[in-house]
Design a binder for this molecule. Structure first.
Ligand SMILES: NC(=O)c1ccc[n+]([C@@H]2O[C@H](COP(=O)([O-])OP(=O)(O)OC[C@H]3O[C@@H](n4cnc5c(N)ncnc54)[C@H](OP(=O)(O)O)[C@@H]3O)[C@@H](O)[C@H]2O)c1
Length: 362
């Protein structure tokens, strides 16, 4: 277990070494653990560039102003992006690629507990699944050529490393069996497998340190998610979800790590020498952990490749869908066709009714 004073000391040492000219990309750093990590990192590097991908520039204005005050020598650039959309991640990466010759750090943490249930993006991916998993390796893949040009590239996904469990192998994308527990299990396992796959096979990625970290309970102080809907879910489900939401909220508030400590600990992954190149899982104490039994089994059965194949197909499908078809759109379209059919039927009846001259045709 790496204790907090030694983590803080290591970060301070890094600050004294005067690291300059880093290019860092953050996704999910508009609040919570990501923001705390960014807030710590900007104070321990100098003359570096930070890109922050986020969906709402107005809501982030105060934090952005604070960050710029905390790091006057650094350039902090907000890129407006819907990080749940693969196409939007691509556009943000194009922007970074056109401005930078390398990327040193990629830190990803968008997510949260989707108590509101499955909500689909315009690309047809479930939103929480997209931000917890699909968008993250997409960002890394897009930036791989730039990461490979860094002398010490690091990729950190703050999610649930070390907690890999069994998944529904016949429904990896959770098209038919979405639930909060499945979402957590699938995004956790897929992240670890994706990092293993990239570290082992992506051209030039052998020098990159990939860390899938679990932050433990962190009192982020942010509203976790939208309140479950009584109308939509029915009384029983609403009650159950409300209890889960409040219990998890209380655990996080009373037993969670402070946001400051979480920021310090996640920044440590990005600065210290403890983690060499390769793909690693770490617990909430920043300790490297051996593969869980489930992860070991999946790797032995060739799932790093299978999971990557699944990811490539899901990205292609999302881009092909490209905002044209969501499940909601399909339902709306079906309703529209039904209304048109009824109207057409009525029109035909009217045209051939006794009050209209077309009756002579029949
Ligand atoms: N906090 C914990 O106790 C805990 C424990 C275990 C694992 N984790 C994991 O650690 C990661 C960070 O947690 P956190 O507590 O820092 O989360 P958070 O405070 O709830 O949110 C983090 C970020 O996710 C972004 N985000 C959420 N939903 C989004 C969406 N649909 N589209 C675009 N952006 C979205 C938020 O953007 P906006 O600012 O625009 O809302 C914010 O930047 C998550 O993956 C979480 O599952 C957290």
């Amino acid at each position: 277990m790496t204790n907090t004073p030694s983590i803080t000391f290591s970060n301070q040492q890094f600050a004294h070494e005067k690291h300059e000219g880093l290019v860092c990309v953050f996704m999910g750093a508009t609040s919570g653990i990501g923001l705390a990590t960014l807030g710590r990192l900007v104070t321990i590097v100098r003359s570096s560039t930070f890109y922050v991908l986020g969906r709402n520039p107005e809501r982030y204005a105060t934090e952005l102003g604070d960050l710029r005050k905390m790091a006057p020598t650094c350039s902090i650039i907000f890129i407006e992006a819907q990080v749940a959309l693969i196409s939007s991640v691509d556009t943000a990466c194009d922007h970074i690629k056109s401005s930078e010759g390398k990327v040193d750090i990629v830190c990803m943490s968008p997510g949260g507990m989707p108590f509101q249930g499955a909500v689909y993006t315009a690309e047809g991916l479930e939103t929480s699944f997209a931000v917890s998993y699909y968008s993250r390796p997409r960002l890394v893949s897009n930036l791989l050529p730039l990461l490979c040009r860094s002398p010490s590239p690091r990729v950190l996904s703050i999610l649930n490393g070390t907690k890999e469990k069994r998944i529904r192998e016949d429904d990896v994308g959770l098209q038919n069996s979405w639930s909060i527990i499945s979402l957590v299990n699938h995004s956790t396992l897929l992240t670890s497998l994706a990092f293993d796959h990239l570290a082992a096979t992506a051209p030039g990625a052998r020098e990159i340190t990939f860390i899938h970290a679990t932050p433990g309970f962190v009192n982020t102080g942010t509203a976790r998610t939208r309140y479950p809907s009584r109308q939509k879910d029915g009384w029983l489900k609403w009650l159950l979800l409300t209890i889960c939401q409040n219990v998890s909220g209380c655990i996080i508030v009373y037993f969670g790590m402070s946001i400051k400590e979480a920021g310090e600990r996640q920044a440590y992954y990005l600065t210290c020498d403890q983690y060499t190149s390769g793909s690693w899982r770490t617990n909430k104490h920043n300790d490297l952990q051996p593969d869980s039994a489930a992860l070991k089994d999946y790797k032995q059965r060739g799932w790093a490749e299978k999971a990557w194949e699944h990811t490539l197909v899901a990205w292609d499908r999302a881009l092909a869908t490209g905002g044209a078809v969501t499940r909601r759109d399909i339902l709306l379209r079906q309703k529209l066709y039904f209304v048109l059919f009824v109207l057409a039927n009525d029109l035909v009846h009217f045209l051939f009714s006794p009050v209209f001259p077309l009756q002579f045709l029949v």
